[in-house]
Design a protein around this ligand. Structure first.
Ligand code: FE
Ligand code: FE
Ligand code: ZN
Length: 305
C-alpha cells in the first residue's frame, strides 16, 4: 500500500491536551500532526494529563495514526546557542520538555538550534553541542530533530554543514537527527528546483538516514532572502511542483510531512477571523493537483460556521 504521512501544525489546549490535537488533525484528513505543548513563544506548560493521553492514543490507533510519526515542536524562545544568563534555564526547560514528550508517548521533538546573538556561529555551535550533551543521556527515548534554519539574524543551522557540525559533536548520535523545512532552506539559499540535487547534498554532508521530519512550507520570499516567512502550499516562490517533488520522493516516503503554512484571513485586508488552511492543502496534496481556488475554498468552508 502506498503510504503518505501528511499532517499539519495543530493546537494543544490545556483542557483537551493530546486528545484535542488528535481530533483537530483528523478534521483535516491528516494521518500525522505536530504541536507545541503550550504557547510556542513562552515556556509556561501544563502538566500532562495521563487520562487524556491514553484516550488520545486510543483514538490514534482507531484512526491509523502511527504514533511514531507524530511530532512535538519545542518553543522557539529556548536558545541553546548563546550561553548568557538564560542558558541554564533553556537547558533545564528542554530537559523538562523531553520528559513531557516522553509522558505523551511521542518520539520526535523538533528544536531550533538557536541564535548565537553576536558570539559567532563557531561559538554558537559549541554552546549548542554542550547544551544537548547535558540534556540527552543514555535513557533519553525522544529523538531530537534539529531544524534547518533560514539564516535570519544570527541563527545557527542555516547550512547543512552547520547542522552536520552539531551532529558530529553528539555524545549520543543516535538520538539526534534533522527536521528539514522547505521554506527555511529556500530562504537560506538552497533551490528546490531539483530535489535530487538537494537530497544528494544532504546525504553527502549529513546523511539521509538522519532526515526524520519534513516541514512542508512554501515561501513568501526569494531564494536566499534569509527571511523565514511561510506561504500557503503552492502559492509561494517554491511552488506546487517543487514541493510535490519532495512529498512524492521515494527516498522520503517514511518521513512525516508537516504543514506550517499560514492561516487564511476572512478577507484580503482583515486580520480578524482566520481559518486553518490544512484540510484544503492536504486534500490538494492527496489529489496531486494544484487547487487554484485554495484560499476561496478555505474561506467559503469556514464562513458557514
Ligand atoms: Fe520551527
Ligand atoms: Fe519549520
Ligand atoms: Zn519558519
Amino acid at each position: 500500500m502506498e503510504e503518505l504521512y501528511i499532517g499539519s501544525h495543530v493546537s494543544f489546549k490545556r483542557d483537551e491536551q493530546l486528545l484535542g490535537s488528535v481530533v483537530e488533525a483528523l478534521s483535516y484528513g491528516a494521518n500525522t500532526f505536530m504541536f507545541y505543548t503550550g504557547a510556542p513563544q513562552n515556556t509556561s506548560r501544563a502538566s500532562i494529563d495521563l487520562e487524556l493521553t491514553s484516550l488520545a492514543h486510543k483514538l490514534m490507533i482507531e484512526n491509523n495514526i502511527d504514533k511514531s510519526k507524530v511530532v512535538v515542536h519545542a518553543p522557539y524562545i529556548i536558545n541553546l546557542a548563546n550561553d548568557n544568563e538564560k542558558y541554564e534555564f533553556a537547558i533545564r526547560f528542554l530537559k523538562e520538555e523531553i520528559a513531557r514528550v516522553e509522558l505523551l508517548g511521542i518520539e520526535l521533538l523538533v528544536l531550533h538550534p538557536g541564535s548565537h546573538v553576536g558570539l559567532g556561529s563557531e561559538k554558537g555551535i559549541e554552546n549548542i553541542i554542550r547544551a544537548l550533551n547535558t540534556v540527552i543521556d543514555s535513557k533519553t527515548s525522544v529523538k531530537i530533530c534539529l531544524e534547518t534554519m533560514a539564516g535570519k539574524g544570527s541563527e545557527c543551522g542555516r547550512t547543512f554543514e552547520e547542522i552536520s557540525l552539531i551532529l558530529k559533536g553528539m555524545k549520543y548520535p543516535d538520538k539526534v537527527g534533522v527536521c528539514l523545512d522547505t521554506c527555511h532552506i529556500h530562504d537560506a539559499g538552497y533551490t528546490l528546483q531539483n530535489v535530487d540535487d538537494i537530497l544528494t547534498q544532504f546525504d553527502d554532508i549529513i546523511g539521509l538516514s538522519k532526515l526524520w521530519v519534513l516541514h512542508m512550507n512554501d515561501s513568501k520570499n526569494e531564494l536566499g532572502s534569509h527571511k523565514d516567512r511561510h506561504e500557503n502550499f503552492g502559492l509561494g516562490t517554491i511552488g506546487f511542483e517543487n514541493l510535490m517533488n519532495v512529498i512524492e520522493h521515494p527516498k522520503l516516503k517514511e518521513v512525516p510531512k508537516i504543514l506550517e503554512t499560514p492561516y487564511v484571513s476572512e478577507s484580503f485586508n482583515s486580520n480578524e477571523k482566520i481559518y486553518p488552511p490544512y484540510k484544503f492543502e492536504i486534500e490538494m496534496i492527496k489529489n496531486k493537483k494544484m487547487n487554484h481556488n485554495l484560499i476561496e475554498d478555505i474561506r467559503n468552508y469556514y464562513k458557514k460556521d
